[in-house]
Design a protein. Structure first.
Ligand SMILES: Nc1ncnc2c1ncn2[C@@H]1O[C@H](COP(=O)(O)OP(=O)(O)OP(=O)(O)O)[C@@H](O)[C@H]1O
Ligand SMILES: [Mg+2]
Length: 505
């Protein structure tokens, strides 16, 4: 301690002794100053700096000459570096004899193999540094997955809505749209096979039934109301599910819609807990069936031709195969009769009850269901159906059987022809030859064995329209199915007749 005091006094003495004007004496710890007693003289500044290098504190005191004090005011050498070096420059003698604090924060690497304040980051900090970003990355990934799944679920939900939720129906069923609008859209949209199923269901479930209008083999027919308009609802009993399904299927055959085929609207199967209600909704025609209508009214020449021609048009469309992607297969009705033809407001016909129909696949020359030989109404069965000689593998056979039945319907119409107030009462075909509910055997005897047909009265020859009708009937009734007229031929003949008679159809 005494030595230190002596050396300091010597230093001070030397400093005062050798001092030049403007010179500044500073403490100096560098190697060059060993000779000068840890002193240095400068025209610039005294500098002290403290740093940590490889875990060791280092204290440096020295002189900085004027040429090193650049840039002026903020010399590089006088700047510290936060966390690395604490530096102090001053301009009075020995002003750098101070102890600067060890810098805080990140120092040079190496201390304890770690980082951090004073180079002493621990394992926890290291783990935090590595795991933190990893954790954040995982969090982002999870968030991404969650958002993706949410989006997928929302998308699937939307898809399902579009298929079955009636809440989407507004797209089709805007409040001010009538059935006619809907059907018009259908016929112009090119879908050609009917309303989407969920719209059918919604329409069916918002119908209010009004009154029963008929009963058939498969169930009841009701008049219903939908948006201020009438619709017909055929309600099948649960055990007739197959008939319901088949009829709905046939009605939805692509491109079937035609002015002379009953306009199909909807099919719906509604389970009320105890049983399933099977509905088939179609256009309603207030005149009812042709049979009902002929019971009530006689027909003029115009009425007869219109009914006959429109029925032929409907049947020709049904029978016809239309080729192409938007085409339709040939369809045979197999239960054509006056009860299954409806009379529209404009006194033309709409063919209905397609539940027994068969479709032809021309590519494979097959029929879309295995046809049982004898279906339909016995009274209207063609001779080859009655005696079971019909070739069921040949689609045209079914069309020929339809033509036979069309001839019988024409006979029912023609009988009601009103010539100057004189007309015959309504009768079913073969009314005079078989009982009211004839058996197959009874029909077969009359039609196949005795080869009898409904009577074409001689006086029919006196009226051109009746004469033509009589001729068509005969040509529809040939025992040989292949010899019969086609629906298209009948249509053409009646078209010519309507021109001849100056009738607008
Ligand atoms: N769309 C409709 N518009 C108006 N009346 C209809 C309509 N559909 C059917 N009807 C009436 O309901 C009656 C019953 O029809 P349905 O088809 O159930 O039996 P059917 O034709 O009399 O006998 P079948 O069971 O042998 O076909 C018809 O005769 C007709 O009077
Ligand atoms: Mg019917």
């Amino acid at each position: 301690m005494a030595n230190l005091r002596i050396s300091l006094a010597v230093v001070l003495f030397q400093a005062v002794l050798y001092r030049s004007s403007d010179a500044l004496w500073c403490n100096c710890t560098t190697a060059e100053c060993e000779k000068t007693g840890s002193l240095c003289e400068t025209d610039g500044a005294c500098m002290a700096s403290t740093s940590v290098f490889e875990g060791q504190e280092q204290h440096i005191r020295t002189c900085l000459n004027q040429d090193k004090l650049v840039p002026p005011g903020q010399p590089f050498y006088c700047r510290g570096a936060e966390g690395y070096v604490n530096t102090h420059c001053c301009y009075t003698d020995f002003c750098n004899s101070i102890d600067l604090k060890v810098p805080t924060g990140t120092t040079s690497p190496g201390h304890d193999g770690g980082y951090g304040p004073g180079g002493t980051w621990g394992l926890i900090q290291l783990v935090a540094v590595v795991a933190g970003p990893l954790f954040l990355l995982c969090l982002l990934l999870l968030l991404g997955m969650f958002l993706y799944q949410y989006h997928q679920r929302a998308y699937n939900h939307r898809q399902r809505l579009e298929v079955e939720d009636p809440s989407c129906d507004h797209l089709y069923l805007a409040k001010d749209r009538t059935l006619q609008d809907l059907i018009y859209d259908l016929s112009t949209s090119g879908s050609g096979s009917g309303l989407p199923l969920f719209v059918q269901r919604t329409v069916a479930r918002t119908i209010v039934l009004q009154e029963i209008i008929g009963k058939g083999r498969f169930g009841e027919v009701w008049r219903g109301r939908w948006r201020g308009g009438d619709v017909a609802v055929k309600i099948f009993s649960s055990r007739e599910e197959r008939s319901w399904f088949r009829e709905a299927e046939i009605y939805q055959t692509i491109m079937l819609r035609h002015e002379n085929i009953l306009g199909f609207i909807a099919a719906d199967n509604k389970d009320n807990g105890t049983w399933t209600q099977l509905w088939l909704v179609s256009d309603y025609h207030e005149h009812g069936s042709l049979c009902d209508s002929l019971h009530r009214y006689s027909v003029t020449t115009e009425g007869m031709i219109k009914l006959a021609l429109s029925a032929a048009s409907g049947l020709a469309h049904l029978h016809m195969e239309i080729l192409g992607t938007q085409g339709k297969p040939g369809i045979a009705h197999r239960d054509l009769k006056s009860k299954n033809i409806l009379v529209k407001k404009n006194c033309t016909c709409a063919i209905a009850d397609l539940g027994l129909a068969v479709r032809h696949d021309s590519a494979t020359d097959t029929i879309d269901i295995a046809p049982n030989q004898r279906v339909g109404t016995k009274r209207y069965m063609a001779p080859e159906v009655l005696d079971e000689t019909i070739n069921t593998r040949h689609f045209d056979s079914f069309k020929c059987a339809d033509i036979y039945a069309l001839g019988l319907v024409y006979w029912e119409i023609a009988r009601r022809f009103n010539s100057g107030g004189v007309h015959e009462e309504y009768q079913l075909p073969y009314f005079d030859l078989v009982p009211s509910d004839p058996s197959i055997e009874e029909m077969r005897k009359v039609v196949c064995d005795q080869k009898l047909r409904p009577n074409i009265a001689n006086w029919w020859q006196s009226y051109e329209a009746l004469r033509v009708m009589g001729k068509i009937m005969r040509e529809c009734w040939y025992a040989n199915g292949a010899a019969r007229l086609t629906a298209l031929r009948v249509k053409k003949t009646l078209s010519q007749l309507s021109v001849q008679e100056d009738i607008k159809v």
